[in-house]
Design a protein around this ligand. Structure first.
Ligand SMILES: Cc1cc2nc3c(=O)[nH]c(=O)nc-3n(C[C@H](O)[C@H](O)[C@H](O)COP(=O)(O)OP(=O)(O)OC[C@H]3O[C@@H](n4cnc5c(N)ncnc54)[C@H](O)[C@@H]3O)c2cc1C
Length: 460
């Protein structure tokens, strides 16, 4: 942290709503600045959409039911983990392959490198990307608004895309958590218009589980952290903020100088603010969509998917979604496959497991060799059914008015907003949650500092 921030919030009280990575990162910095911090979370655990599952798996193995992979260029999360003494393990070195259906409707691995499909998509999008770059990627430009009004499905039709390109975009349900007819074209254009490599680079996860990052951030909070404490209303009249909190016993109110609000927009929009948030901000939170996401973790007696020279991760347009080895870095004869079914694949996976259980999912992986192993244990998390997430992460549909996007992150009086949905570069990622949490803490410091300076100059 920059030296200028040190202890400059002494005597200032801040409530942080949400103990996911955004809230915990904000609290970490606010504590270092000397603020009196109170963190509230409705769940009985910290981490939010980072959920490492250990219970039920044999051989002391674990896997991630929420945020899993950390990319090479995600500096905020990598640096913070290192600062907290955690190790990152490189995973899935072979990258992603594709799964496609052959003529007989049998899935098969058709291409060794999923980056090839992404590169093709990026090339096809080039004319639109060019326009978007002319607008310097600003979402308040009429160019962005025009691009965003088209769905990916409409773009595929308009450009007479072939079956392969269509299959690639359906496979992106495992990334955007939305089907081509739900997803705005701007999501794809934005993804491919940066200076970064189109294909994903090296990937990591935290040794011992991603939840160790949340635990390490939460440890210094001690009794400043309140779990099973649900924020139900916010009042921000005058110089302070009052947060109404419901816990098992009662309804109480906490008064503070500032509030860091990190709840997902899907939850936040149900909470009354008095006075109301500005109309555009209210609209931005109200209109943001969250993707359906079912994550299934299947532990098998052996790692049958390992074939020399072949990736251990697969993108697919099929109903089980994307899948990859969920615990490559852990010892044991057995291993865990993680399946992420986004958008309508989430519905299909739930329907399959409701009818046939995990055995149905295992059978759907015949093509990968699942018959050669026994299913030992499994866990499934349906994020759209989680009352404190109401979806996997945010996505932009064609109805979302692009000019509203900056309102997701705009402070309102003494309330600052953070969370993956408020990030521009890393929306949908753990890195985005952390970066925005730290940004929110710095915003409070900046607001308070300028307020102090103006009081000081009036007095002198
Ligand atoms: C299935 C899945 C796969 C993912 N895969 C990846 C991946 O591979 N890589 C990656 O980088 N990211 C991934 N992500 C995204 C990543 O997990 C999130 O972007 C990130 O964890 C969000 O953090 P956050 O702090 O913004 O929100 P959250 O983690 O949701 O934190 C918000 C907190 O607010 C709490 N809360 C909600 N309502 C209330 C209330 N009324 N009162 C008090 N507290 C409340 C919640 O309990 C929660 O703890 C994935 C997410 C999912 C669901």
């Amino acid at each position: 942290m920059a030296d200028g921030f040190r202890k400059s919030l002494t005597g200032v009280s801040v409530v942080v709503a949400g103990a996911g990575l955004a809230g915990l990162a904000a609290a970490h910095d606010l504590l270092a600045m000397g603020a009196g911090v109170t963190v509230l979370d409705a769940r009985d655990r910290v981490g939010g959409r980072v959920l490492t599952v250990r219970d039920g798996f044999l051989e002391r193995q674990h896997a991630e039911a929420g945020g899993d992979m950390i990319d090479e260029d995600q500096r905020e999360i990598r640096d913070l983990a290192t600062e907290l003494g955690l190790k990152l393990t490189r995973i899935l070195r072979g990258g992603f392959a594709y799964v496609r259906q052959n003529g007989a409707n049998r899935p098969r691995v058709v291409q060794r490198d999923a980056g090839g499909g992404w590169a093709l998509l990026a090339r096809r999008l080039e004319p639109v990307i060019r326009l978007y770059r002319l607008a310097e990627q600003r979402w308040d430009s009429p160019i962005a608004a025009q691009v965003a009004r088209r769905s990916v499905a409409a773009w595929l039709d308009d450009t007479k895309a072939d079956e392969e390109l269509r299959a690639t975009t359906v496979g992106l349900r495992g990334f955007f958590l939305a089907d081509p007819d739900e997803l705005s074209l701007i999501a794809l254009v934005d993804q491919f218009s940066g200076d970064d490599e189109v294909a994903p680079g090296a990937m990591y996860r935290i040794e011992g589980g991603n939840d160790r990052l949340a635990a390490a951030l939460a440890a210094p909070l001690q009794n400043r952290l309140h779990l099973k404490a649900e924020v139900v209303a916010v009042s921000h009249r005058g110089q302070g903020v009052r947060v109404s909190v419901k816990n098992a016993h009662a309804l109480s109110q906490i008064a503070c100088d500032y509030l860091v609000m990190t709840l997902p927009a899907s939850v936040l929009r149900r909470i009354p603010f008095t006075p109301s948030l500005p109309a555009q901000q209210h609209e931005a939170f109200a209109r943001l969509r969250y993707g359906r996401a079912t994550k299934s973790l299947l532990q098998f007696s052996r790692r049958f998917w390992r074939v020399p020279g072949r990736p251990r991760a697969f993108g697919s347009p099929l109903s089980f979604g994307a899948l990859w080895e969920g615990n490559e870095e852990q010892r044991g004869a057995g291993g865990i496959l993680a399946l992420l079914a986004g958008g309508s694949a989430s519905d299909a996976t739930q329907a399959l497991t409701a009818k046939e259980g995990a055995a149905g999912l295992a059978r759907a992986l015949d093509w990968l060799g699942s018959k050669r192993a026994d299913l030992m244990a499994w866990r499934q998390v349906v994020w759209e059914d989680d009352p404190f997430a109401r979806g996997g992460y945010a996505f932009f549909d064609p109805e979302f008015e692009t000019a509203l996007r900056p309102w997701l992150a705009r402070p309102c009086n003494r309330i600052v907003f953070a969370g993956e949905h408020t990030s521009l570069k890393w929306q949908g990622y753990m890195n985005g949650a952390i970066e925005t949490g730290r940004r929110a803490a710095a915003e409070i410091w900046a607001t308070h500092d300028s307020h102090q300076s103006s009081v000081g100059s009036r007095q002198s």
